[in-house]
Design a protein around this ligand. Structure first.
Ligand SMILES: [Zn+2]
Length: 309
């Protein structure tokens, strides 16, 4: 039987998704993989990707102690990292179910991470850290599910993916009262693209708020307690003295107070975008005014004509 398992996919300005695919693709060994090895990681690479493979290995080794400490879990066996150098190789490994924008994927059940070395839209080193966070959380959870906002928020927070640090979407959502409940982010696969983007930004900001206000040890505590109790509310209560609902309410008050007007930072963009429209409006106003002036002149002319008679 083909074993299936959730995989985690970082997205880059597009969509958040969790999809399933068959690991059997990995065993289609059609490529001549080279590899470099450390105690925790084995990086497989092709052709000229040796430098990228070394970059990834050193970045993962550098970050691993910090992540291990923050999440409170360690890798029980080495992770195999496949560095694909073309769309063809990537799809050969992960299958066709992943969207075009996916920059990488983690398969916790198989201790595998797949990355794109050819993707110029994202930094594959950061993607590697993002996926390592998912793999470590999975290691800690012991098959228990963790709220998706917490999982993705932690991956984004520790990888430092800058494109999620923007607050523009959340600011607009506050203005239009369309903030997504954190618990609803579990259903992100049913969201359309822009709503999914907002879900990622919210996840990141909620984790940032949690760490900045309750310390990184609260993350460890929450993960540990969810793994034991399978109850996020109990875990939050034990770690920070309030359940997830009350944490969300506190976080919401914070973002409302601090991010509501951030969309105005894009005012200059709106201004440039609206300039052509502004020119058209001015042109129409001038035309109307000119017509009125002409009509007035005509009527004045006819008045003087009559007067001469
Ligand atoms: Zn992810």
């Amino acid at each position: 039987m083909i074993k299936r398992k959730f995989i985690y996919i970082p997205y880059f300005g597009a969509v958040f998704a969790v999809l399933c695919f068959s690991i059997s693709h990995l065993f289609a060994q059609s490529y001549r993989w080279n590899k470099i090895v450390s105690d925790q990681f084995v990086v497989f690479y092709l052709d000229n990707d040796r430098n990228d493979a070394e970059d990834i290995l050193s970045k993962l080794q550098e970050e691993y102690p910090r992540l291990k400490q923050a999440i409170g879990a360690e890798l029980l066996a080495p992770i195999n990292i496949y560095l694909s150098n073309s769309e063809r190789v990537y799809k050969h490994i992960v299958g066709n179910n992943l969207p075009e924008w996916s920059a990488g994927a983690a398969l916790p059940a198989h201790r595998v991470m797949v990355l794109k070395s050819y993707n110029t839209n994202s930094d594959f080193r950061k993607t590697a850290i993002h996926e390592l966070v998912h793999l470590l959380i999975d290691e800690a959870m012991n098959s228990v599910q963790i709220p998706r906002w917490l999982n993705e928020g932690l991956a984004v927070y520790f990888s430092g993916e800058k494109n999620f640090a923007s607050t523009s979407l959340i600011s607009k959502a506050l203005m239009t009262q369309s903030i997504i409940d954190l618990s609803d982010i579990d259903y992100v696969l049913t969201f359309h693209e822009s709503k999914a983007q907002l879900a990622y930004q919210e996840s990141y900001l909620a984790v940032k708020y949690l760490i900045e206000n309750y310390g990184v040890q609260s993350v460890r505590e929450i993960i540990k307690k969810i793994a034991i109790t399978n109850d996020p509310d109990k875990a939050f209560m034990s770690a920070i003295g309030m359940d997830m609902y009350n944490f969300e309410y506190e976080w919401y008050q914070y973002v409302r107070k601090n991010y509501r007007w951030h969309f105005l930072a894009e005012f200059d963009t709106y201004l440039w975008m609206s300039l052509p429209l502004l020119f058209i409006v001015i042109y129409i106003i001038i035309r109307i005014r000119n017509r009125k002036t002409l009509k007035r002149w005509e009527s004045e002319e006819s008045y003087f004509d009559e007067d001469e008679i």
